[in-house]
Design a protein around this ligand. Structure first.
Ligand SMILES: [Zn+2]
Length: 175
């Protein structure tokens, strides 16, 4: 099975503590420094299956529930930060350029929040699937999605082969 290498570990965890009401005047340096939707579930070490351990054993399931919960919590914090930020930065600037960049920034943050909300939703579904014993199998072909892929993408619902195939089809349809 081909496993795509996780390319997203680069994004460093954004500082945990939000500054206490400091009037952070600096405009979040041009979106780029703002982290994309948090991929941060790296605080739990990857699961090491025992010899002959069966796929999605009870221990494995516990592991992924922990991973998903932590991720969700992290996203919630991120959303709260965005929310606080939007609220505290509600003032309007006189300078049209400042205003324009502020609006751009707000729009960006709203999109981020929306993505985070969707992701939190997906995480909830995955947790539910674990409880129902339906987690970890490809929804298209029924094969194991595989631990490696799930570590990189705990909400994955398809194996890499089906996923790749889907993407190719999508490209053909849109191209
Ligand atoms: Zn599949």
């Amino acid at each position: 099975m081909v496993i795509k290498k996780a390319t997203k570990t680069k994004q460093k965890a954004v500082k945990k503590v939000r500054p206490k009401k400091s009037n952070t005047k600096k405009i979040v340096a041009k979106n780029k420094s703002v982290k994309k939707v948090a991929n941060n579930k790296s605080k739990i070490a990857p699961y090491k299956p025992k010899k002959n351990e069966k796929y999605m054993s009870a221990a494995m399931k516990r592991h992924f529930i922990a991973v998903l919960l932590l991720w969700k919590e992290h996203l919630r914090e991120e959303m709260q930060k965005t929310f606080d930020h939007l609220r505290t930065k509600g003032e309007t600037y006189a300078d049209p350029i400042d205003r324009a960049s502020q609006e751009e920034e707000f729009a960006f943050e709203l999109r981020t929040r929306d993505r985070e909300r969707k992701l939190i939703n997906k995480i909830g579904i995955s947790i539910e699937q674990i409880k129902q014993d339906e987690y970890g199998w490809c929804e298209s072909c029924g094969d194991e999605i595989g631990i490696k892929r799930l570590e990189a993408r705990p909400t994955a619902t398809h194996c890499i082969d089906c996923k790749t195939l889907d993407e190719i089809k999508e490209k053909q349809l849109s191209g």
